[in-house]
Design a protein around this ligand. Structure first.
Ligand SMILES: [Mg+2]
Length: 289
């Protein structure tokens, strides 16, 4: 287990210990001096290991690797076509980082091994302390080097926290990714909506290609609307809306928008996580069976 994973495990255990202390008697809290409220415990995953197959697909299948190469081979081809048509001086490609360049398999494995659901506090810790634990998405580095050779600027728009900018830069450097100017590494300061940051790049460059694993890396039209999850018809509608938006942009896929596979997490999961009710999202039963 890595140092970062040890630290996260320690926090998970401390959280469990805190729960036990509360369960042992209210007198503990009653006698404690007033202080900041105890943080909520991390949520156990329900059902357990829900994402196991998705993560194993990413971490152990040759098929996942092939999908990544396929995406980046096509991306490189598109850049070559674009630079053959026009001078590359003001051309750019916009890339997301997590699960497009940076492989966070270690974080996902920690969640699964600890039976935990995603928690922002754990992710923040991972961002801050795991720069030496991340890996490289297959094909990403080669694509970035091709862009450099073609004279196409690479801008990164990621929802990693801007507060962990130095650690993100360290992670990229460790993966052998050429350093980007700070203005071309646009991290999240207050919102996960990337529209404004995309526009900032688009004002300075002709962006010929976007690379993402979450469709919100391309357009906010793919954002899952706010849901009342107690109303199954709303969930059905939200899922359909995202599919419809995808169909509306049918010609963009593989052209200006290159998608990396991510079955482990992302916007697509927002309408789900309803335990056994998620089974209703599967294809209807075959009549007569
Ligand atoms: Mg991503």
């Amino acid at each position: 287990m890595s140092r970062a994973q040890h630290r996260i495990s320690a926090v998970v255990m401390a959280s469990a210990g805190m729960l036990t202390a509360f369960a042992l008697g209210n007198w503990v809290a009653a006698q404690a001096p007033p202080g900041p409220a105890a943080p909520a415990a991390y949520k156990p995953e329900e059902p357990a290991n829900r994402g196991l197959d998705a993560n194993l697909f990413m971490q152990s299948s040759a098929e996942y690797r092939a999908c990544c190469y396929q995406a980046y081979n096509l991306a490189a081809l598109r850049l070559k076509e674009a630079t053959a048509k026009q001078p590359a001086g003001k051309l750019a490609t916009v890339m997301d980082l997590d699960e497009c360049v940076i492989d966070n398999a270690g974080f996902q494995a920690m969640l699964l091994r600890s039976n935990l659901a995603y928690d922002q506090r754990l992710w923040d810790m991972w961002e801050l302390e795991n720069a030496d634990q991340v890996a490289l998405i297959p094909g990403a580095k080669e694509f970035i080097l091709v862009a450099g050779k073609l004279g196409v600027t690479v801008a990164y728009i990621s929802n990693r926290n801007d507060k962990s900018r130095e650690q993100t830069k360290k992670a990229l450097a460790r993966l052998g990714i050429p350093a980007a100017a700070d203005g071309l590494l646009k991290l999240s300061t207050d919102t996960s909506d990337k529209t404004k940051r995309r526009q900032e790049v688009e004002r300075e460059y002709t962006v010929v290609l976007y690379v993402g694993d979450n469709l919100r890396d391309f357009d906010e039209a793919f954002r899952c609307r706010k849901l009342d999850k107690k109303r199954p018809e709303e969930i059905t509608q939200a899922i359909q809306e995202r599919k419809d938006a995808t169909d509306m942009h049918r010609d963009a896929w593989g052209d200006k928008w290159i998608v990396l596979p991510n079955p482990a997490y992302g916007e697509w999961m927002k309408p789900l996580g309803q335990g056994r009710a998620d089974l209703d999202r599967l294809a209807p039963p075959i009549p007569g069976k």
